[in-house]
Design a protein around this ligand. Sequence first.
Ligand code: AKG
Ligand code: FE2
Length: 356
Amino acid sequence: MSYGQQFNIREVPPIVQELVASGVQEPPGQYVVPEKDRPATAVSEMPEPIPIVDLSRLSANSADELAKLQSALQNWDLFLAVGHGMEPSFLAEVMKAAREFFKLPLEEKQKYSNIVDGKKMSSDGYGNDMVVVENQVLDWNDRLSLLVEPASERAYALWPTQPPSFRDILCEYTVRCRAVANLILQNLAKLLNLQEEYLTTMLGEKSLTQAIINYYPWCPTPDHVLGLKPHTDASMITVNFIDDDVSGLQLQKNDIWYNVPIVPNALVVNIGDVMEVVSNGLFKSLVHRVVTNAEKERLSLVMFYALDPEAEIEPVPELVDDKRPRRYRKMKSKDYLAKFFDTYATGKLAIDSMKI
Ligand SMILES: O=C(O)CCC(=O)C(=O)O
Ligand SMILES: [Fe+2]
């Protein structure tokens, strides 16, 4: 995710889906993760399940539900959201449109390629990992990334016209997901003892929402590759709608990796770097990665809610005092995003560079 920017790249990586279709038995060396970073087949059992938060109860001001949200974020930096008002039939349609795009012939998908002049990668369009450092380990993932908000900034030339329903469905999902994000932000503001509209106001008209459809082809050797390298998101919050059939998202807490369970029709919502900084560390950005599956492909549709590129990311004054001094530097949103990709490519966490 990068929001309306172009980046110089070292090479154009292959489309993973094509590698798989060509019948590779082993992933090419560029995808093989060094032994110490490989996804262990056995991950730990969660000591307690991730709370499932009912958003309809939050909107009815349930104190119990708010406490559940707080405990989820304290323990896991993420929660599962039900009661979001999006019918299973609508969500199924969204996933179907996303899946159908990836089923199109390569030439059709390449019409929306994110490669510019063979040397740059745009934040919008179809492609995959951005290669910016030497010996970068590549993700076993292809994606379609589209800026959806502000609506006036959409690059419609990169929005697929196949399947024919794609555009309308993504527009509707954007509107409905924005309502979900706003409700969550209002409740996060409450937990921070800020005015209810504090965070929704920060995420105002010029703020950017990037939609990314991740497509992870099945992989002959899932133990040796990662769908996505360990990272935090460069967002305020991230709302993730996951294929309800195939797990793969893992979160890290206290240096241990755990599987995020699949709950059909629930959204997975996590804290991103911007919120960690804004809250002066009261909320923590989720460290996560994606592992692949030996038999099945996997899809996720992820909405990243980020600030206006010209806005400064910094702790809000209300959350800085003598007892809790400022813990993060200030940085312009667009500069942070540029930095984010270099750090991601090397397997490091961008948020660490903001810490004082
Ligand atoms: O595929 C997923 O479930 C997670 C995707 C993700 O973490 C991302 O796109 O930043
Ligand atoms: Fe992520």
